[in-house]
Write a protein that binds this ligand. Structure first.
Ligand code: IVH
Length: 534
């Protein structure tokens, strides 16, 4: 039965029987050669006779499917590699995922590992549909795949044309598989009825791998209806894989991702806009003539600061080179010289904050310009958005557009105001039904019990990232004792440097910050860290 399970409120955690690993990268033939040299040093000349399995690296969402006596019993996301989410009802709706393995005698218990992906053409169609309905579009097929996989209502997932390719088998009942090669293992998957990505190849030596990788980048890639972010090269002989083992419990030595060189394209720089960050930092960014790079459309690119724009001599209207490599935010490399054309004037940071019109400042020796107005709506918006975000207080349903709505309606000026919101106030805003209003209030309420570490990070204290927040919370346990600590005591915490200590101490001296903390305490936020043992 593929559909029909009732909607869930959240996903159960799933601990992988064997961790789901990640891969080291090589971006050139030379790096592949160095990799092989390393393997030979570790496992000897056997490596050179083991051969390689060259496969597409599907750019989707990794999942693990557990089969018992050939029947699909559990499907989980990769998560952090050790623990993911049990999304079985959603995975059941994916047609490529067999509910029952074909073949006479499947192992008693086996995990099939692979990648869920969203085909390009259907991705475009879905985004067009989302635009028509006025909903948020997905940035790329990978986000669409993992987003669709994590929908709480599997009947919605069933409407998304997700696909699946298997690339690995993990026997979890101790019984060995009869295959001796990774390439045979892929054949076995196909026999079981699991789709395997096309263009795979068994290569006797690295020379064949090089030829394959070049064909992949220059010919095959553009013909595919799904995103890949390179190839994966695996030592083919499973016995040699076992000899080579895993580095640091995370990356197998016997496999490596062969990434493509970063994509560079040319497009027009239409505009330079400035965004106000939560610390007041003014971040210039480029608005580009939309252009496709490696399968995704790029419209914005970061420009960092004024100096960088001047150094690169970027002017509005220029033809520019833009680069996007993997996950990173697109970057503008520089203008393409076009002699004989007239260009705009040099770009300068505006004198006033683009949101609140306060004169901007630039501190001695710093590259960034700042809006010094703590009450700047732009800063407020960013600090509330950060406060609610996933790594911080994780308030479900309080995304960027919702925050903007609340600030614009004057319902929220700082993060403490969130805790006074009532459902009736929200229902007066556009797009809120009774149910969604109640859900948001409940989500805000639930965030009261987030531990001190999250709260500290959520407050957006300069230089205090999630890791530093965790160290501080573990050492001081309560907001009160951290607040009472001096700069020296804070700096004495292992892992906390001078810059962070200074910034934290400064934060607790600031009148506005102190008042905010007091308000949050009155509004019953937890403000302490549970025992590490708990
Ligand atoms: S092998 C054993 N093979 O890439 C090491 N992974 O960076 C790891 N991926 O999240 C898996 N295509 O989901 C392997 N043919 C392929 C792959 C592949 C895509 C993903 C995988 C993982 C990531 C590792």
């Amino acid at each position: 039965r593929r559909v029909g399970a009732p909607p869930q409120s959240t996903f159960p955690k799933h601990t992988h029987a064997v961790p789901m690993l990640s891969l080291d990268n090589a971006i050139s033939d030379d790096e592949l050669r160095e990799w092989e040299e390393r393997l030979v040093r570790i496992a000897g000349e056997d490596v050179r006779h083991a051969g390689y399995s060259a496969e597409l690296k599907i750019d989707g969402a990794a999942v693990s499917l557990t089969y018992e006596d050939g029947i699909l019993v559990t499907g989980a996301t990769r998560g952090n590699g050790t623990q993911g989410e049990d999304v079985t009802p959603n995975l059941r709706t994916v047609r490529d995922v067999p509910l029952r393995l074909r073949g006479k005698k499947p192992p008693r218990r086996v995990e099939v590992r692979g990648e869920i992906y969203y085909p390009f053409d259907l991705f475009e169609r879905m985004n067009e549909e989302l635009v028509r309905r006025g909903e948020k579009v997905f940035a790329n097929p990978r986000n669409a795949a993992s987003g669709s996989l994590r929908l709480l209502d599997s009947s919605v997932t069933a409407t998304r044309p997700l696909r699946f390719f298997g690339y690995g088998i993990v026997a979890t009942d101790g019984a060995p598989l009869t295959c001796t090669l990774q390439s045979e293992l892929l054949d076995l998957l196909e026999e079981w009825g699991v789709p395997v990505a096309p263009h795979r190849r068994r290569c006797p030596s690295l020379n064949e791998v090089f030829a394959w990788a070049h064909r992949l980048e220059n010919e095959i890639r553009s013909t595919l209806n799904f995103a890949i972010d390179g190839g994966v090269v695996k030592v083919d002989a499973i016995a040699v894989q076992t000899d080579l083992g895993v580095v640091g419990g995370r990356e197998p030595r016997w496999a490596i991702a062969r990434k493509f060189a970063p994509d560079i394209v040319e497009t027009r720089l239409l505009e330079i806009r400035v965004n106000v960050g939560r610390t007041g930092a003014l971040n210039p960014y480029a608005v580009l003539q939309p252009v496709e790079i490696g399968g995704t459309t790029v419209t914005y690119a970061t420009l960092h600061n004024e100096d960088l724009i001047v150094r690169k001599d970027l002017r509005i209207g220029d033809l520019v080179q833009v680069k996007r490599a993997g996950e990173v935010i697109p970057q503008v490399i520089g203008p393409v010289p076009t002699p004989g054309t007239r260009r705009e004037r040099e770009w300068r940071m505006p004198n006033r904050c683009p949101v609140c019109r306060t004169p901007v400042v630039r501190h001695e020796g710093e590259a960034m310009h700042f809006c010094p107005n703590v009450a700047c709506p732009g800063r407020q918006l960013e600090s509330i958005r950060h406060f609610a975000s996933k790594g911080a207080m994780d308030i479900q349903g309080l995304g960027e557009s919702r925050v903007e709505q609340l600030v614009q309606a004057g319902l929220v000026h700082d993060v403490a105001d969130l805790y006074l919101l009532e459902a009736e106030q929200l229902t007066t805003l556009e797009g809120f039904a009774d149910r969604s209003a109640e859900q948001l209030v409940a989500a805000i309420d639930a965030s009261r019990s987030q531990p001190l570490s999250r709260l500290l990070f959520a407050l957006g204290i300069r230089h205090v990232g999630a890791a530093a927040a965790e160290l501080l919370a573990r050492r001081f346990r309560t907001m009160a004792s951290l607040r009472a600590a001096g700069e020296e005591e804070i700096g004495a915490v292992h892992g906390i440097g001078e810059v962070i200590a200074q910034s934290v101490a400064e934060f607790f001296r600031d009148q506005v910050a102190r008042a905010l903390i007091d308000k949050l305490a009155v509004r019953k936020l937890t403000m302490d860290e549970p025992d590490a043992a708990a």
